[in-house]
Design a protein around this ligand. Structure first.
Ligand SMILES: [Ca+2]
Length: 450
């Protein structure tokens, strides 16, 4: 297996110490029964926000335990630097540019991921899976471009991230839908997501399932379970989108939100254990983009949510499947959100028709998770148009090299030597930069057409 050490050796050794690994080894391949999938996306948390990734402030024992007893990724990336693009890539296994979801979808009825796009639940239904999503959707208005229209059997979702207590959005509307129908109820959103997730696990015993736990936390408004409500119905664009607290309280609330998610993870694991499903369930935890560095942590990386420096898209990722993914694994393969759909499809025992006119861009990671095989090298692209601030950026990753265009400046970094993106090598390696530019142009014509 190609477990290479990169430039962040010190940081990774720290992780190794934290998780107590002795050596990086593979278990022999095994015949597999298709597992259940529990995919947990924690919104807007950065690479350094979890205990197992070195955070000293946030207490995340349940998540850390899943990492300790499974695999943690050091080079996993969100497809986008903001919510909706990553979620489009997550659901389809494709670059989000093929879905026309390139920026965070606003408060509109007009935009959404096209319903004809094939999604994880639609693929898995071919293998008899039942699918549920609880939490944030953000792929178009839930009533028109919602999860049930995209293949989920059961859903309780929001369009965006409303007030955690009143469930009122920034435009003064209730934003909590059961199966795409407005249906409000009292409760802190992280607790409601947990309640429905554990109930779903208990009710679907015997049928293989895909459960997408799409936590709203730790996206703003910054409100822990014990913080006050903020928004009221009919009141548009409240004074601060960040919530009711003074700025000095944001970090404390953010910590409380992450710790509520961690408790939720513990309850989900407990529900799997109580139903006897734990050993046949693959749990995958990640984030949809980096954190805002003024409230969360992207340590040790440069940049934050919305940026294509590493801090905007290198995110935590943990895979856990008892008896199949050995404990204490640290994976340094360069991987991305869009890899999850093909991975789940493969693990469900489905094959993807190579003649499919709308194929995956992501790679099947099942051999990375389960067998002693490296992932085939491939260039990866990020491309972000942000209409709200009229900005455009792109990045190309090819092995250790990264070409970045952001803010009208081009950068070339060697991440093996310079994981913090401090030394711009673009004038020293013009041929390398040109080669990566060509990779970008080839990708552009592939996803946007000639
Ligand atoms: Ca997000």
């Amino acid at each position: 297996m190609h477990w290479r050490m990169s430039s962040a050796i010190v940081h990774r050794l720290l992780i190794a110490l934290l998780v107590g690994i002795n050596a990086i080894t593979w278990a022999p391949g095994q015949e597999l029964d298709p597992p259940n999938f529990v995919l947990i996306v924690i919104d807007d948390i950065g690479y350094g926000d979890l205990g197992i990734y070195g955070n000293k402030t946030h207490n995340t024992p349940n998540i850390d335990q899943l990492g300790t007893e499974g695999m943690i990724f050091t080079d996993f990336h969100s497809n986008g630097a903001v919510c909706s693009p990553t979620r489009a890539a997550l659901m389809t296994g494709q670059y989000q540019q093929r879905t026309n979801v390139e920026h965070a979808i606003g408060f509109t009825m007009d935009e959404g991921m096209p319903l004809h796009k094939r999604t994880i639940p639609e693929y898995l239904s071919d293998a008899g899976y039942i699918s549920a999503v609880f939490g944030k959707w953000h792929l178009g208005h839930v009533s028109l471009f919602g999860p049930n229209d995209q293949g989920f059997d059961v859903s309780y979702t929001s369009n965006n991230t409303p007030d955690y207590h009143t469930h009122i959005s920034r435009i003064g509307e209730t934003d909590w839908y059961k199966d795409q129908q407005l249906k409000d109820e009292p409760g802190y959103l992280t607790h409601l997501v947990t309640k429905y997730s554990t109930a779903f696990i208990k009710e679907t015993r015997g049928q293989p399932f895909f459960l997408f736990i799409s936590h709203l936390a730790a996206h703003f408004p910054f409100q822990g379970p014990d913080d006050p409500a903020h928004r009221t119905e009919g009141k548009i664009w409240h004074q601060s989108k960040y919530g009711p607290l003074p700025e000095s309280e944001y970090k404390r609330a953010y910590k409380d939100m992450i710790e509520a998610v961690d408790e939720s993870v513990g309850e989900v694991v407990q529900a799997l254990e109580e139903t006897g499903l734990r050993d046949n369930t693959l749990i995958f935890i990640t984030s949809d983009n980096g954190a805002y560095s003024w409230v969360g942590s992207n340590e040790p990386y440069r940049g934050e949510k919305g940026s294509l420096f590493e801090g905007g898209h290198r995110v935590p990722a943990i895979a856990n499947w008892p008896g199949h993914i050995p404990a204490g694994m640290v994976c340094h393969e360069t991987t991305m959100t869009m890899d999850l759909a093909p991975t789940f499809v493969a693990l469900a025992g489905l094959s993807v028709d190579p003649a499919n006119s709308d194929p995956f861009d992501g790679a099947d990671l099942s051999h990375v998770l389960l067998k002693e095989e490296p992932l085939k090298e491939r260039p990866l692209i990020w491309h972000f148009k942000n209409p709200y601030v009229n900005s455009f950026a792109y990045a190309v990753r090819d092995k250790d090299w990264k070409l970045l265009m952001e803010g009208d400046t081009k950068y070339l970094f060697n991440l093996r030597m310079d994981s913090m993106e401090q030394s711009n090598l673009i004038t020293q390696y013009p041929e390398r930069a040109k080669e990566m530019e060509r990779l970008y142009e080839g990708w552009e014509s592939s996803v946007f057409g000639d």
